[in-house]
Design a protein around this ligand. Structure first.
Ligand SMILES: [Zn+2]
Length: 126
């Protein structure tokens, strides 16, 4: 269990969930194919962005719900401004949360063993 939490943590920081040294991202949103340190491919079975979007949308929706309740309770006479500020904040948060979510999803792939289901793993980093 501790290894799973460590894999999620490493992934959320943009590091390889297996060794913790290799980088997951080439740029802010662009993934590298695999770890330059240990040679593990991150998404050997294809693009896995759907799971990351699920994590990101779930967290953003929960924060949006809490924010909406707070806006209604604290700013009942300024709902237009409150909703505008909330949507602007959530849009920015969504962009940042996607990167963390993508890393966490790769950590989940490592936990479930899906990273090992790569038929081309031996061809990587020859
Ligand atoms: Zn690695």
């Amino acid at each position: 269990m501790f290894e799973g939490i460590r894999a999620l943590w490493r992934g959320s920081l943009g590091r390889c969930p297996h060794c913790g040294y290799g980088r997951i991202f080439r740029s802010f949103f662009e993934l590298v194919e695999g770890c330059a340190q240990c040679g593990r491919r991150y998404e050997g079975t294809g693009d896995q962005s759907t799971g990351a979007m699920g994590i990101s949308l779930t967290v953003t929706t929960l924060i949006g719900f809490i924010g909406a309740v707070l806006v209604v309770l604290w700013l009942p006479n300024q709902l237009g401004w409150g909703v505008t500020a909330l949507l602007t904040t959530l849009s920015g948060f969504q962009a940042l949360a996607y990167r963390v979510s993508r890393g966490m999803w790769i950590g989940l792939l490592w936990i479930t063993g899906a990273m090992d289901e790569d038929e081309h793993r031996d061809e990587f980093y020859r």
